[in-house]
Design a binder for this molecule. Structure first.
Ligand SMILES: O=C(O)CCC(=O)C(=O)O
Length: 321
């Protein structure tokens, strides 16, 4: 379903922000669309760095300005294609990409919503969405299904350029966070749109600088990108650091050896300020280290036992003792 057919988002302008109304809006509808929060220059700088990487990968037409993001259709790829992963790793390793999740404007809103003990989850996600490829559309799901920890956590979704309906902006099932974890396909985590509980599906144009913030139980999806351009957006997650945190948000549980690590991610960073920033915070891991050790012995499948063992060993390295 394209964003054009849906009910428009409720929206708040950056100049009208105050804690009380943000919390009320979130409680009532499960999301906030804040218009004009992020400065265009900051977005353009990050967009430029990402566009250079995807241009060099051959994803964009060579005779066009990379900032136009005109896609080479024959290069279309997405997770888990190896060609996608190679380029994604370069984007993920950008210092500017991680810094963006700590942008003061984003922090200010998150402090209003979450309180002063703000934890920014350290692994933001870049969405590099080729047009006209159904298999890259993210279908309806709840982030809590994958992220775990305390459900009182929030995702901020922001395009790095204007995102009209044809570029595939986010869609939200209003008030769906009020129904707890909803039935999902165990393999994909997708929730059926036909049976999902909530109010109206809402969507519409989301401009550069706008941010959609939603609760971890809010059902949401990407819209199909039916344009000729790559859609580049990022999403990152936030919570109160006193609430339970899934340790997998701090490590690379899918990378046994030689894959991504924080050391490979940090290899070309100029500043140490954001490296392992969470180690300086009092965190409440759930499962705890002891529970991880138990799960590494008792989880149902060998794959899950190895996964827990990998999480534990990376957590022990980060936080010995
Ligand atoms: O950007 C998309 O298409 C999907 C984003 C999403 O599912 C998320 O931010 O959790």
């Amino acid at each position: 379903m394209s964003g054009e057919e849906l009910t428009p988002f409720r929206e708040i302008h950056e100049s009208d922000l105050e804690s009380h109304s943000l919390k009320n809006e979130m409680d009532s509808y499960g999301y906030l669309l804040i218009r004009g929060l992020l400065p265009p220059d900051d977005l353009n700088q990050l967009l430029g760095e990402i566009a250079r990487i995807v241009y060099a990968a051959g994803w964009l037409l060579p005779d066009r300005n990379p900032l136009e993001r005109m896609a080479v259709i024959s290069a279309a790829c997405g997770d888990p294609d190896p060609s996608f992963k190679r380029t994604y790793e370069e984007v993920f390793s950008l210092e500017a990409f991680h810094m963006f999740a700590h942008h003061p404007a984003l922090r200010k809103v998150m402090n209003l919503l979450v309180g002063p003990q703000l934890l920014i989850h350290p692994k933001p996600i870049a969405r590099l969405i080729f047009p006209n490829c159904e298999r890259f559309v993210v279908h309806a799901h709840q982030d809590h299904q994958a992220i775990g920890g305390d459900p009182e956590s929030f995702t901020a979704w922001m395009p790095l350029h204007d995102c009209p309906p044809e570029l595939g902006p986010l869609q939200i099932l209003e008030a769906s966070h009020r129904f707890g974890l909803q039935a999902a396909d165990p393999k994909t985590g997708y929730v059926s749109r036909e049976t999902a509980c909530g109010g109206d599906w809402v969507s519409g144009q989301i401009n550069a600088g706008d941010v959609v913030i939603f609760h971890s139980l809010t059902v949401h999806a990407g819209s199909p990108n039916v344009s000729s351009q790559l859609r580049i957006s990022m999403d990152c997650r936030f919570q109160d650091c006193g609430r339970a945190l899934n340790p997998s948000t701090l490590v690379f549980a899918g990378s046994p050896n030689g894959g991504r690590s924080w050391e490979t991610t940090y290899a070309n960073w100029r500043s140490a300020d954001l490296k392992y920033f969470w180690k300086r915070m009092p965190l409440r891991l759930k499962p705890s280290k002891d529970e991880l050790a138990q799960l590494a012995q008792t989880a149902d499948s060998p794959a899950m036992r190895s996964r827990y063992a990998r999480i534990l060993s990376q957590i022990e390295t980060q936080m010995p003792g």
